[in-house]
Design a binder for this molecule. Structure first.
Ligand code: NAP
Length: 268
């Protein structure tokens, strides 16, 4: 038997972006499974209301840690909590935003804030908890990306790039930490009915093929339970992802070349 009394079968879960949308449903689903929770977002009123419901319905402990994750000082408090609170065994890096308009219309400062929220925050939070999880040999990090990270054609350059980063970070961390008993999962939603659309100036009713948020999270958790490194709830033909991964991995051994490919050789 382990001497580490913090290795609980139902560790506490810290969910970012838990005040609404996908994060709020993650919180609800983990509470239903009996996990205590730490909710992180900016809107305290909404988190208080959710926490009261989850405590009453599921008898779990719910803490609220308000933070603007694009603000380094406020983010640091969340990092400290992840580093020091040995009850927390699962991190759900869900908080995120998109930007209205295209790259040419978007102010550089807005893009920088987007990167702080969608890239810097999840990376730093994962970095804060990962050593502790690796040392205890258990736990998980769930990173919410997007199918946009696979599709430059969708015209969302900065947002899509942040989500490509999430996919790469998740896959690489899963390879590194998996051997130490820590599971890292990337979840790639496509259009899901949440407030994110309104914030981006898009009427979600005009979008085709929108998934309900409960269906998205339940599918993502089914993938989590199956130990998937990458879960794409709307992708019906899973063989397409397997083929994509196989094609990518076929290229990798060929990268070790001292000479450029013949098509790039300049004639003097
Ligand atoms: P949402 O309904 O707009 O919720 C976003 C959550 O993030 C809210 O709880 C919000 O809370 C929090 N948040 C936003 N800015 C924050 C900040 N600066 N600091 C801390 N928390 C912040 O969006 P959602 O659709 O649930 O999105 C969740 C994740 O799914 C995002 O990473 C998004 O990119 C991804 N995703 C969504 C879709 C979709 O169609 N909905 C598709 C693909 C991927 P506060 O406002 O209270 O801070």
């Amino acid at each position: 038997m382990s001497e580490n009394t913090n290795l609980s079968a139902t560790p506490a879960v810290l969910v970012t972006g838990a005040s609404t949308g996908i994060g709020a449903v993650y919180a609800q689903r983990f509470a239903r499974r009996g996990h205590d929770l730490v909710l992180v977002a900016r809107n305290v009123e909404r988190m208080e209301a959710l926490a009261a419901t989850l405590r009453a319905e599921h008898g779990v402990a719910v803490d609220i840690l308000p933070a603007d994750l694009s603000n380094p000082v406020q983010r640091a408090a969340v990092e400290t909590r992840l580093r020091e609170d040995t009850q927390i065994g699962i991190l759900v890096n869900n908080a995120g935003a998109s930007l209205p308009g295209t790259f040419l219309d978007q102010p550089a400062d807005d893009i920088e804030r987007l990167i702080a929220l969608n890239v810097t925050a999840p990376t730093r939070l994962a970095h804060a908890i990962a050593p502790r999880l690796a040392a205890q040999g258990s736990g998980a990090i769930i990173n919410v990306g997007s199918v946009v990270g696979l599709a430059p054609e969708f015209g969302m350059a900065a947002y899509g790039a942040t989500k490509s980063f999430i996919l790469h970070l998740s896959q690489a961390l899963n390879l590194q930490l998996g051997a130490q008993g820590v599971h890292v999962q990337a979840v790639l939603p496509a259009a899901t009915r949440t407030e994110i659309w309104g914030h981006s100036g898009i009427d979600v009713e005009t979008v085709q093929g929108v998934m309900e948020v409960e269906d998205l999270v339940d599918a993502a958790l089914a993938g989590f339970d199956q130990g998937e490194p990458v879960t794409i709830p709307p992708l019906h033909d899973g063989a397409q992802w397997d083929g994509f991964e196989a094609a990518r991995q076929t290229m990798a051994p060929g990268f070790a070349q001292s000479q450029p490919a013949p098509r790039y050789r300049q004639t003097a």
